[in-house]
Ligand binder design. Structure first.
Ligand code: SF4
Length: 420
């Protein structure tokens, strides 16, 4: 049964789907949805080749609701093909179409039969949140366009960093790619470096999928395994800082049978880079007792960094993704898997007011609150030093800043001390 929550932190399924479709170069998303949906789900999303409010939409009104919207969809696809040059057209359905039950697939099949590269994904907002749309759209695209290919042992696919939902997704991708490139690996992400449908098609040649998430893309990784013969290496959380990133590299290099001496040399160079900056700035280290609020990847990554590399004390970790209960224990264990004695209390909560009440319980003890712009309010009220690490972050223009990896932890520390 559904419940009301104050200030959700994700968009609807259509928003997650738009993030995927518009993130792949020369993919054209086509909305079959009500007139407000495009604007609503574009908030906070950057436009790619065609994205955001530039997407074509059927803008379903009363007429389509009463008499069906399939003819309007047919016309919208025809118009899009006429004026928008793309490599793949992806019809994304909103709530209106989902409720009236338009047969979208039969319309899309009409165009497929004419040789148009097109597919549809059922992404009515009521089906789920951003993560649902992200998973459903990736599954649909991979199922439709990827065919088995001979393996390239130095190529990997990198998934799990969710466009736009991770406030620092572009920077996080860039840093992980930089590290993987340094290990001699080519990286398919679908969302960076102008990667388009050709990259998606050849992703079956990868030696391994890397999924940076404790819970996302289970069905998706099964498609790669069963249909395309690609295994998955799952790393729970974003690797942030030298300890986690070196662990990540060592585990990955074992899966890929990379030369151990070479891998250790890369780790030594990267750790030296970070530790030399730590040494020069060691005078500014504080003793924080902290609360962190955010998505699972961010909470795991920052908690481990602050505890294992920076000796700060964790009090409370609030995971704000609407994660199926079956994953809760695994994620809680991951947050508490720390090198020092004190473990944080781990709570799964989405509602802004309830999170505020949880923070209030630590009013006397906490000296640092990390979360989204929603947590700024309770942080200011309780006079706890607050910094923004998770979505939504309003009032900041973020291009490619990221917290992942070796270099990202330095950016995180800069932001922490600059109170960004
Ligand atoms: S929840 Fe439904 S109506 Fe609202 S933006 Fe998403 S698809 Fe459109």
């Amino acid at each position: 049964m559904g419940r009301c929550i104050e200030n959700p932190r994700t968009s609807c399924a259509l928003g997650g789907a738009l993030g995927v479709a518009s993130g792949i170069e020369r993919v054209i998303p086509i909305f079959h949805a009500g007139p407000g949906c495009g604007l609503q789900v574009s908030i906070g999303q950057k436009t790619g080749y065609i994205g955001g409010i530039g997407c074509p939409s059927t803008n379903m009104f009363e007429k389509e609701v009463v008499f069906g919207g399939t003819q309007r969809l047919r016309e919208t696809i025809e118009g899009s093909l006429e004026v928008m040059d793309g490599d793949l057209y992806v019809v994304l359905t909103g709530c209106t179409s989902g409720i009236i039950g338009d047969d979208v697939e039969s319309i899309v099949n009409e165009f497929k039969r004419k040789g148009v590269p097109i597919l549809n994904v059922e992404t009515s907002g009521f089906k789920g949140d951003t993560y649902y749309g992200y998973e459903a759209t990736l599954e649909a695209i991979v199922n439709d366009v990827v065919k088995e290919a001979p393996k390239e042992e130095k190529t990997v696919n990198l998934f799990g960093i969710v466009p736009h939902q991770d406030a620092f997704w572009q920077g996080n991708f860039e840093e992980i790619i930089r590290i993987l490139n340094k290990l001699g690996l080519s990286v398919n992400t679908f969302f960076t470096e102008h990667q388009g449908i050709e990259t998606v098609k050849k992703s079956s040649a990868a030696a391994l999928n890397i999924i940076l998430s404790p819970w996302l893309l289970k069905k998706f990784s099964a498609i790669y395994k069963e249909k395309l013969g690609v295994d998955t290496f799952r790393y729970s959380g974003l690797p942030i800082g030298p300890t986690a990133t070196s662990n990540f590299i060592r585990e990955l290099s074992q899966k890929l049978n990379l030369d151990r001496d070479f891998v250790e040399k890369v780790i030594e160079e990267e750790e030296d880079y970070v530790y030399s900056h730590f040494e020069k700035n060691i005078g500014v280290v504080s003793n924080y007792r902290f609360i962190i609020v955010g998505d699972a990847n961010t909470v795991i990554g920052i908690t481990k960094f602050l505890v294992n590399d920076y000796s700060q004390v964790p009090l409370l970790a609030v995971i704000t993704d609407d994660i199926p209960k079956v994953y809760h224990e695994k994620i809680e264990n991951e947050v508490k898997n720390l090198e020092y004695g004190r473990k944080p209390k781990v709570i799964f909560e989405i509602d802004k007011w309830k999170i505020g009440e949880l923070v209030r319980e630590y009013e006397d003890e906490a000296t640092l609150l990390m979360g989204s712009s929603f947590e700024k309010e309770i942080g200011d009220e309780l006079d706890i030093f607050t910094t923004l690490v998770s979505s939504p972050i309003t009032g900041s223009f973020i291009i490619n800043k990221g917290y992942a990896g070796y270099r990202g932890c330095l950016t995180f520390l800069e932001d922490l001390y600059n109170n960004n």
